[in-house]
Design a protein around this ligand. Structure first.
Ligand code: 48N
Length: 318
């Protein structure tokens, strides 16, 4: 759907006025006098009550599923570390192109999304340079076309949309408030070292290791780790820093000063498998390669996430 049609449909929908309210449904009319959508009629008068429930039922509904997911994803095909714009885009791309793969997303924050909730310096619109507008059309994010670039009216509209698209896929599970605090390295059948999983802990535990005796972590085995942990910060660039400490990758290049035109191309073209079993994308890569930062433009993160997914699929298709 071309962006203009998407926006027009969106506006028609909200210009609609209520036509009639029958017992259970409100019928809504747009300007073309066509019945386009019906809404449930919420009867919230004094007679309404929620269905009864026992507290333990709620606990069991949550814990049964959480522990079943931990069991299921203890062996994953791909673990994505970091649910920012690059990690979520990679998850959506992998989950839609390869519904046969089991994909776990590990996100240290309670709220996934990373730095893509608010354009730049708290200005909420999000700028995306062409040709990354193609991805916005794929996931259905309306935008204003400004020629060389497009503008999404609020960065949260992109982030919530790509998150909803990815998390609704049956082969993807998000473990948020969970930090990767180490890598698993093994020799493959030819005796060559490769990264083969991650070590995790609840983030609050990872942040408080110094307050208690050792609180041992959990582990996930996976054929490939796709890391998108962003640039420097309390958790930033985690996997490249850990791989460097372990002598698996050369010295870190440290992110360079801002240059939008250089940085987005460099990061997308440089997205790759940096060590057998470890693909790195997004701003984490700028910390490894010493690429410039780009500031408040996000097409490079989307395309780096897609490129990382494509590089990951090459490993599976080898
Ligand atoms: O949004 P980020 O930080 O990272 P990206 O690469 O997806 O997007 C970067 C982008 O938001 C920018 O920084 C923009 C383009 N600005 C550039 C500039 O010049 O300033 O998401 C990384 C996610 C976060 O949600 C972290 O919480 C998470 O990764 N994370 C981790 N999750 C689990 N375990 C870890 N060890 C970990 N480290 C970070």
């Amino acid at each position: 759907m071309a962006p203009a049609t998407a926006v027009a449909q969106f506006q028609d929908f909200f210009k609609a006025d209520q036509l009639a309210a029958d017992k259970d449904n409100v019928l809504v009319k747009t300007e073309q006098n066509a019945l386009t959508k019906s809404f449930p009629n919420y009867h919230l008068d004094n007679e309404f009550n929620f269905s009864p429930i026992r507290e333990s039922t709620v606990s069991r509904a949550m814990t049964r599923r959480y522990f079943a997911d931990l069991d299921k994803y203890a062996e994953s095909d791909i673990v994505i570390v970091g649910a920012g714009s690059a990690g979520l885009t990679a998850a959506y791309y992998l989950g839609t192109r390869r519904p046969d793969l089991k994909i776990a997303i590990i996100e240290a924050s309670v709220a996934p999304g990373g730095g893509a909730w608010l354009g730049g310096q708290l200005f909420s619109a999000m700028v995306v340079r062409k040709p990354a507008d193609a991805f916005l059309r794929e996931i259905g994010v309306p935008y204003e076309d400004e020629g060389e670039y497009v503008v999404i009216k609020h960065a949260a509209l992109f982030t919530s949309t790509v998150m909803a698209r990815a998390l609704s896929l049956p082969n993807i599970k998000l473990f948020n408030a969970t930090a990767v605090e180490d890598l698993i390295v093994k020799a493959d059948q030819d005796g060559n070292q490769r990264i083969a999983g991650v070590v995790t802990n609840w983030t609050l535990v990872s942040l408080n290791h110094g307050l208690q005796s050792c609180m041992d972590p959990n582990t996930i085995n996976a054929h490939l780790i796709l890391s998108a942990t962003g640039h420097d910060g309390p958790f930033g660039a985690f996997c490249v820093k850990r791989a460097h400490q372990a002598g698996l990758v050369p010295d870190l290049g440290d992110m360079r000063p801002l240059d939008m035109n250089r940085s987005e191309n460099l990061i997308v073209k440089g997205t790759r498998e940096v060590y057998p079993g470890l693909v790195v994308s997004g701003m984490e890569l700028s910390e490894l390669d010493g690429a410039n930062r780009m500031g408040p433009t996000f097409g490079g993160m989307m395309f780096s996430g897609i490129k990382a997914a494509q590089e990951a699929l090459k490993v599976f298709e080898e």
